[in-house]
Design a binder for this molecule. Structure first.
Ligand SMILES: *Cc1c(COP(=O)(O)O)cnc(C)c1O
Length: 413
């Protein structure tokens, strides 16, 4: 067994090639933030950028900023930044709308390209909004499609000639387990099925290679590991081979071939731009653009290496120091299929998480019994992991979590 000590942690932090990245973030004082998988931390440069956008671009230059500050190109520019992180070509990604809306858009386009096939396959444990959007779209299309929700390890068994689309989230939001994107995409495509990947817990958290996997469509989130801020715009990817055929269901003017000709008839733009709908949220998208610059000099392989080290360490420490308190690992033990988060199940998980947050360790709780910890390698260090587990141990050992105040539910968990 590896022996752990505070000294060892400090040493690992000193040798960490990503250590300097932490300085680019405005981190909450006195807290260990293990929830970057829900809402990423604030990069310092983003504070200045948002202030400039509001004060100068909006306050002074007003309407001229659409050209002068190139607001109009924000969705494509941000898409280009994200493309690098997910193994896509620069012109295959745009930033727009929310992940839910983008899933609706690409699923709709994919179903249209797959006419004659009626089934959509997804996973029972997929993030609920993804399943809800599939259900809503099926309703909207008149009910001739069917959503089949299968066990996560049985996906390949359900791929047949009636399946139009396989829609999966790459890294599961609860367990952190991830799929072999290339193998599953290939198995589906061999049967003529199109695949949509939701990268909400992947983009910025681990290396992703959409082109390498020959992925058809993808969507993902801007406010988790990409640090774009609360409600940041999401993104969508359409493989270039589908650009001419993928028809957007929301035919708004920003996806028109020539929005400022104010033509009466809709004509889709070429390429990825047709998947834009309305005016981009300039302030939020500027924040996302600035935040993404943090990744400019980050080698995703190094980031992944640290992510694996942090999550391995956390599991080992919890199992060593909190062995008697009823935690069960709910994430894969095998790092090669685990994203940048670790979950444990515990029947009193809700109260334990409230007590942890009150004692400065911020993770989150996912019903019915999961305590979830995200490890963002850009700003979480080894000493943080050590301290977080010591605080968890204290909360369990001294029964702190049993206090009444830790049993009160709020609207957002
Ligand atoms: C976070 C997350 C979303 C969020 O969708 P919004 O439309 O931004 O609220 C969607 N899908 C998955 C898999 C997620 O993890």
């Amino acid at each position: 067994m590896v022996s752990h000590s505070l000294e060892k942690m400090k040493d690992l932090d000193r040798k960490d090639p990503l250590r300097e990245k932490r300085k680019e973030f405005s981190l909450p004082k006195g807290k260990i933030y293990l929830d970057g998988n829900s809402l990423g931390c604030l990069p310092k440069a983003t504070v200045t950028r948002v202030n400039d956008v509001v004060t100068w671009e909006w306050g002074e230059d007003l309407i001229t900023s659409w050209n002068k500050a190139e607001w109009i190109n924000l969705p494509a520019r941000v898409g280009e930044q994200i493309a690098r992180l997910i193994g896509a070509k620069a012109d295959e990604v745009v930033a727009a709308d929310s992940t839910s809306v983008n899933l609706f858009k690409v699923l709709s386009a994919a179903l249209k390209m797959q006419s004659g096939r009626t089934k959509i396959i997804s996973e029972k444990g997929n993030f609920p909004t993804d399943l809800y959007m599939m259900q809503g779209l099926i309703e909207q299309l008149g009910g001739q499609h069917e959503l089949v929700m299968v066990d996560d390890d049985k996906v390949l068994d359900h791929l047949d000639d009636d399946v139009a689309v396989l829609s999966l989230t790459h890294v599961n939001y609860k367990s952190g387990q991830f799929y072999d994107m290339a193998a599953i995409t290939k198995a589906a495509q061999d049967k003529g099925i199109m695949v949509i990947w939701d990268l909400s817990h992947s983009a910025g958290a681990l290396p992703v290679d959409l082109n390498g996997a020959n992925a058809d469509f993808a969507v993902g989130c801007g406010y988790k590991y990409l640090n774009g801020g609360p409600g940041a715009p999401a993104f969508l990817y359409v493989a270039s081979r589908h650009h001419d055929k993928a028809q957007p269901p929301l035919s708004g003017w920003m996806g028109h071939a020539a929005p400022f000709e104010f033509d009466r008839d809709y004509r889709p733009a070429d390429g990825i731009k047709r998947h834009l709908c309305g005016t981009p949220p300039v302030i939020g998208m500027s924040a996302l653009e600035e935040s993404l610059k943090v990744f400019d000099d980050v080698d995703m392989k190094k980031l992944r290496k640290k992510s694996v080290a942090l999550t391995d360490l956390f599991i080992a420490l919890v199992e060593e120091k909190c062995a008697d308190y009823g935690f069960e690992l709910a994430s894969p033990r095998e790092a090669s299929v685990r994203g940048s988060q670790v979950s444990f199940s515990h029947k009193d998980g809700f109260a334990i998480m409230q007590a942890l947050i009150d004692h400065g360790v911020v993770g989150d709780f996912r019903a019915p019994d999961i305590v979830r910890f995200g490890f963002t390698p850009l700003y979480v260090g080894y000493e943080d992991v050590w301290n977080a587990v010591l605080i968890l141990e204290k909360i369990m050992k001294k029964d702190i979590w049993k206090q009444d105040k830790y049993h009160v539910k709020s609207a957002v968990t």
